[in-house]
Design a protein around this ligand. Structure first.
Ligand code: THU
Length: 129
């Protein structure tokens, strides 16, 4: 799966975002090591703290289907240029795949690729894990 194709699926998933409060839509597409794809969009709630980010929706869908090893995640938000995953989503990603790629829109209307290690150095771990 090409990075650009995964990014296109993230853009498509963004269309389903439920964002009556922020009006900021985000889509994500997650590629597992086994080659499956799970998409997600942000889902807001009148109790704002119950909102779930697009990345975590995609990741939790995958985990609930038995997939826990991830190759890459593409994310597109309403920003012009990259929409970087929030800290909570980075921490959730790091629970499963420290070296996964994070594919974002670039300022030049193209894509740019990071690794999770770039985005979350020194992430939290329980000692002994
Ligand atoms: N959001 C995401 O979906 N992913 C992120 O990584 C950051 C923020 C959503 C949550 C909320 O619905 C909206 O963007 C504004 O914060």
């Amino acid at each position: 799966m090409e990075a650009k194709e995964l990014f296109r699926l993230a853009s498509e998933a963004r269309r389903n975002a439920y964002t009556p409060y922020s009006k900021f839509r985000v889509g994500a597409a997650l590629l597992t090591k086994s080659g499956r794809i799970f998409t997600g969009c942000n889902i807001e709630n009148a109790t704002y703290g119950a909102t779930c980010c697009a990345e975590r929706v995609a990741i939790f869908k995958a985990i609930s289907e038995g997939e826990t090893a991830f190759e890459a995640i593409a994310v597109q938000g309403d920003n012009s240029g990259p929409t970087f995953p929030c800290g909570i989503c980075r921490q959730v990603m790091s629970e499963f795949s420290q070296s996964m790629e994070v594919i974002l829109e670039s300022n030049e209307n193209d894509i740019e690729i990071y690794t999770l290690e770039d985005l979350l150095p020194y992430g939290f771990k329980l000692s002994g894990e």
